[in-house]
Write a protein that binds this ligand. Structure first.
Ligand SMILES: Nc1ncnc2c1ncn2[C@@H]1O[C@H](COP(=O)(O)OP(=O)(O)OP(=O)(O)O)[C@@H](O)[C@H]1O
Length: 313
C-alpha cells in the first residue's frame, strides 16, 4: 500500500544505471531516503549527481534499476508525483521586470494548494526584498527566490541542487536555517552540494559519488570512521622533512598552508594517544617547539579528497 511505502522510504534507488550513449554516468547505485530525512549527494565533478537528481525528479527514464519517489515511478507516474515534490531550479528563468512578490504570485497561479505569497517569501528570507525587481537581486537572493518557489506547493519531497552556490557565508547560513525548518516540518530533502560544510551541517545521511558509483555512505560519523585521526603541526624552521620521526609506522604528509610548511600524520583511530606521546617525546629530545599542534578526527573533507584522489590515479 502506498502509505506503507511512504513510511519506510520517501525515496528509493535500487541498482540505478544511466547511460549517455555508450558512457555510463551512473553505474549501479542504491540508497533509500526515509521520510523527513535530509540526504546529501556529494561527489567530484561529473560524478553523476545531477543525472541522479534529474532521474528522481522524473526528467529521465531509467535505463536499468528502479527508482521510487513517494512509492511511484517519478517518470512514468509523473502526474502523481510532480504535485508532491518541489524542485529548486538552478535558474528559474524569472521575468526580470517583475518584483519578488509579483514573481511568487505569478507562480502561485500554477501551484495547487500553494502557500501564501508572504509565507513563501518569508520562509526564503526575502521579506525585505518583496518589492524589489528580480533584475536588482544579487545572485544569492535569486537563489533564495528559487527556494521560495520550490517551497510554494508544500512539497513532501524537496530537491535542492547546489542551493547555496553564489551565496555569501551569511546568506548560506540563513538558507541552512530555512532548510532545517523545512526538514523539521517533516519534508524529505535531497541535496547536492560542493560545500562539504553544508553537508556536515544539514545532512542526516549522505553518499559520496565518484564516477557513477557510491564510494561511501551513511551519517557523517559513519563515513569518516575508519579514516584515522590527524596530527598536524608547522614544521620547525631548523628541521628538514627527512628529520621528522615515524609515528605508528607512518611518515608525515607535507603541505603548505599560509606560507608555512605543515606536517600531517594520519594515525589509526586507536593510535592517536600513542602517536601524540611519541611525537611529544621526540620534540622534547630534539628541543623543538611544535607550533600549531593539533590532533583531530578525520573530516568529511579528508574522506572526500581521498575519494577524489582515487579519480586521478
Ligand atoms: N547530456 C549528456 N550527454 C552526454 N554526457 C553527459 C550528459 N549529461 C551528463 N553527461 C556526462 O555524465 C557524467 C555525469 O554528469 P552529471 O552532470 O550527472 O555529474 P555531476 O556529478 O552533477 O557533476 P557536477 O558536479 O560537475 O555538476 C559526466 O561525465 C558528464 O559529462
Amino acid at each position: 500500500m502506498e502509505t506503507n511505502v511512504e513510511t519506510s522510504a520517501a525515496v528509493r534507488v535500487d541498482g540505478l544505471r544511466q547511460r549517455y550513449g555508450d558512457f555510463e554516468a551512473v553505474a549501479g547505485i542504491s540508497f533509500d531516503v526515509a521520510a523527513g530525512e535530509l540526504f546529501a549527494l556529494l561527489g567530484t565533478n561529473g560524478a553523476g549527481k545531477t543525472t541522479t537528481m534529474e532521474t528522481l525528479e522524473g526528467h529521465r527514464a531509467v535505463h536499468e534499476g528502479t527508482v521510487r519517489v513517494l512509492g511511484h515511478d517519478p517518470h512514468r507516474e509523473r502526474r502523481r508525483v510532480r504535485p508532491r515534490i518541489g524542485i529548486m531550479l538552478q535558474d528559474g528563468g524569472f521575468f526580470a521586470d517583475l518584483t519578488v512578490a509579483e514573481t511568487v504570485e505569478h507562480w502561485r497561479g500554477f501551484t495547487p494548494a500553494a502557500r501564501g505569497r508572504d509565507e513563501a517569501i518569508g520562509m526564503a528570507g526575502l521579506a525585505e526584498k518583496a518589492g524589489v525587481r528580480v533584475r536588482q537581486l544579487s545572485g544569492g537572493q535569486k537563489r533564495r527566490l528559487d527556494l521560495a518557489l520550490a517551497l510554494l506547493g508544500r512539497p513532501a519531497v524537496l530537491f535542492l541542487d547546489e542551493p547555496t552556490s553564489g551565496m555569501d557565508p551569511e546568506a548560506r547560513r540563513e538558507t541552512w536555517r530555512t532548510v532545517r525548518d523545512v526538514v523539521a516540518g517533516g519534508t524529505t530533502v535531497l541535496l547536492t552540494t560542493h560545500y562539504l560544510e553544508e553537508a556536515e551541517h544539514l545532512a542526516d545521511r549522505l553518499a559520496i559519488l565518484h564516477r557513477g558509483r557510491i564510494e561511501a555512505s551513511g551519517t557523517v560519523g559513519e563515513v569518516v570512521a575508519g579514516h584515522g585521526d590527524r596530527i598536524t603541526f608547522r614544521l620547525p624552521e631548523r628541521l628538514r622533512v627527512a628529520e621528522l620521526p615515524e609515528l605508528s609506522g607512518a611518515r608525515a604528509d607535507i603541505s603548505v598552508d599560509g606560507g608555512h610548511t605543515v606536517a600531517t600524520y594520519t594515525v589509526n583511530d586507536v593510535g592517536l594517544q600513542a602517536g601524540l606521546y611519541a611525537l611529544l617525546r621526540w620534540a622534547d629530545e630534539q628541543d623543538v617547539r611544535l607550533d600549531g599542534l593539533r590532533a583531530r578526527s578525520a573530516s568529511l573533507e579528508d574522506v572526500f579528497l581521498r575519494t577524489a584522489e582515487g579519480a586521478t590515479r
